[in-house]
Design a protein around this ligand. Structure first.
Ligand code: AMP
Length: 415
C-alpha cells in the first residue's frame, strides 16, 4: 500500500515522497492513529516508527480548527528518554511538516540546557512538545505550559524511559493529562514494567508488532573476537586499518574509558571522539553531527549512544567492553544495519568476560564462534564457568542499591 492511499493531506504526502513505500510499522500504525485509536507498538528504532506517529499526528493537527485560536492547547506531547532522541523526533516533525502552508510550533523541552529559552518558546503555547520527563515537570511547575489540553501522548522508547528510572516522573505527568486523550506507546522491548504501564494507561489499544517480521530483521553479522584485555586498543586499531572500517561506533563501559580509548586512537592518527553523558549538551550535539557528517571516523561511546540514535551508514559497531545486560547488547548492535543496509557487530571477548558474553548469547538465543586475529592470539585462558554463573554484571530482578544509584546517574546524564 503506497503512502498516497492514506487519507493524508497532500503536503504531508509530499514530505515522504522520497520513500518508496511505507515501512511495516507505518502501514499498520498510520490508519489506526488517524482513527483516533490507542496504539501499543513494538518497533525498533530504525523501523520508521517516528514517521509512523508523526504523520497522523500532523494530519490531525492540520484538520483541527482549534489551531487558529491564540492560546492553543498542546496538540501532541511526545516523551522521549534522551536529548538526542528528542532532537531526532523534532527533526522528523519538521521534515514532515516542511510543505505545510502553516507549520506547527514545535518546542523541545529537554534537560541539560538552560530552561529560560524553553520557557520563552512556550509562551503563547505550542502544537508539539518533545520532552524528557524531568524537564517537562520543571516547566509545568514554573507554569510555562499546561498539560490539561493535550490531545495525544506519545511514549517513545517506553522501555528506555522506564530503564532510566523515569517511572515516577511518568506517573506524575500522566496524572496531569486530561482523561480524554489518545495514548501511543512505542517500545523496542516489552519488559514487565512496560506491560504494567500499558495495562494501566491504554484503552483498548491496537497492538502492533513488527519486530519479528523477516523483512524488518536488520542485516547484522555478529562476530566475537577473542582478545587479551590489554590488547583491545591495538586490536581495534588493527581492525580499523586492516578491515578498512570507514565509520565505527565503539561501546565502552565508562566515561573514562571512552576518553582514554579515543585519545589513544587519535594519537595513532585515527580520527576519534568520545561521546558520553559528562560532555555538555553543545559538545554532545556537535560530536554527533560531526560523526554523522564523517568529520571523524570513530566514536567511542558509553551506553548513552546505545538506544535511539539513528546514524545512517554505520557499518560497524564494536563492543570494546561488553554491555551489562542482554537487552543492551541488542540495542547497541541495532545502531548498525539500519535502513536496509548491512552491518557488522563485533564483540571483544576476554578471559574475564567470556562467561558474561555466554550469558548474553544464551539470553538472546544465539551462539557465535570465537575468532582469533593473527598477531592477537590470546594468552589468557577463559574460566570454564557455566553460562548461568554470569559475572554479577547482568541485571537481576531486584535492583541493588548500586543499580539504583547507577540508574539515577544514567538518568541525570540522559536528560
Ligand atoms: P525510526 O528511528 O524508527 O523513526 O527510523 C528512522 C529511519 O527510518 C530513518 O533513517 C528514516 O530515514 C527511515 N525511514 C522512515 N520511513 C521510511 C520509509 N517509509 N522507507 C524507508 N526508510 C524510512
Amino acid at each position: 500500500m503506497p503512502f498516497s492511499d492514506f487519507p493524508l493531506a497532500e503536503p504531508l504526502l509530499r514530505a515522504v515522497s522520497h520513500y518508496p513505500d511505507p515501512t511495516r510499522i507505518q502501514s499498520e500504525a498510520i490508519p489506526v492513529i488517524l482513527d483516533g485509536r490507542e496504539v501499543l507498538a513494538t518497533a525498533q528504532t530504525g523501523s520508521g516508527k517516528t514517521t509512523a506517529f508523526v504523520l497522523p499526528l500532523l494530519q490531525r493537527w492540520f484538520v483541527d480548527a482549534q489551531r487558529v485560536t491564540r492560546n492553543r492547547p498542546l496538540n501532541a506531547l511526545i516523551l522521549v528518554p534522551t536529548r538526542e532522541l528528542a532532537a531526532q523526533v523534532r527533526s522528523v516533525v519538521q521534515e514532515c511538516s516542511a510543505h505545510l502552508a502553516e507549520r506547527p510550533k514545535i518546542v523541545s523541552a529537554v534537560g541539560g540546557v538552560s530552561i529560560n529559552p524553553q520557557m520563552m518558546a512556550l509562551r503563547g503555547g505550542a502544537d508539539f512538545v518533545v520532552a524528557t520527563p524531568g524537564r517537562l515537570l520543571d516547566l509545568v511547575s514554573k507554569n510555562a505550559l499546561s498539560l490539561s489540553g493535550v490531545k495525544s501522548l506519545v511514549l517513545d522508547e517506553a522501555d528506555r524511559l522506564l530503564d532510566l528510572g523515569f517511572a515516577e516522573e511518568l506517573t506524575q505527568i500522566l496524572e496531569l493529562l486530561p482523561d480524554r486523550r489518545q495514548n501511543l506507546l512505542f517500545s523496542a522491548t516489552f519488559p514487565k514494567k512496560v506491560e504494567a504501564l500499558a495495562r494501566e494507561w491504554l484503552r483498548e489499544p491496537i497492538s502492533i508488532r513488527v519486530d519479528d517480521e523477516p523483512e524488518n530483521t536488520p542485516d547484522i553479522s555478529q562476530r566475537a573476537i577473542r582478545v587479551d584485555q590489554d590488547k583491545r586498543t591495538p586490536l581495534l586499531r588493527h581492525l580499523i586499518e586492516h578491515e578498512d572500517w570507514k565509520r565505527v561506533l565503539v561501546f565502552v563501559g565508562s566515561q573514562y574509558t571512552a576518553d582514554h580509548v579515543a585519545m589513544k586512537l587519535r594519537r595513532n592518527g585515527i580520527r576519534s571522539w568520545a561521546f558520553h553523558g559528562d560532555l555538555g549538551q553543545g559538545a554532545r550535539s556537535e560530536a554527533l553531527e560531526d560523526f554523522k557528517n564523517s568529520h571523524f571516523k570513530v566514536m567511542v561511546a558509553t551506553d548513552l549512544a546505545a538506544r535511539g540514535l539513528d546514524i545512517e551508514q554505520l557499518p560497524v559497531v564494536v563492543n570494546y567492553d561488553l554491555p551489562r545486560s542482554p537487552d543492551d547488547y541488542t540495542h547497541r548492535i541495532g545502531r548498525t544495519g539500519r535502513a536496509g543496509e548491512s552491518g557488522d557487530a563485533v564483540s571483544f571477548v576476554t578471559a574475564e568476560n567470556e562467561a558474561h558474553f555466554r550469558l548474553i548469547e544464551k539470553r538472546n538465543d544465539f551462539r557465535l564462534a570465537r575468532e582469533e586475529i593473527a598477531g592477537f592470539e590470546t594468552s589468557e585462558v577463559a574460566e570454564a564457568k557455566p553460562a548461568s554463573a554470569g559475572t554479577g554484571g547482568i541485571k537481576g530482578r531486584r535492583k541493588s542499591k548500586k543499580d539504583k544509584l547507577r540508574e539515577a546517574a544514567a538518568r541525570k546524564a540522559a536528560e
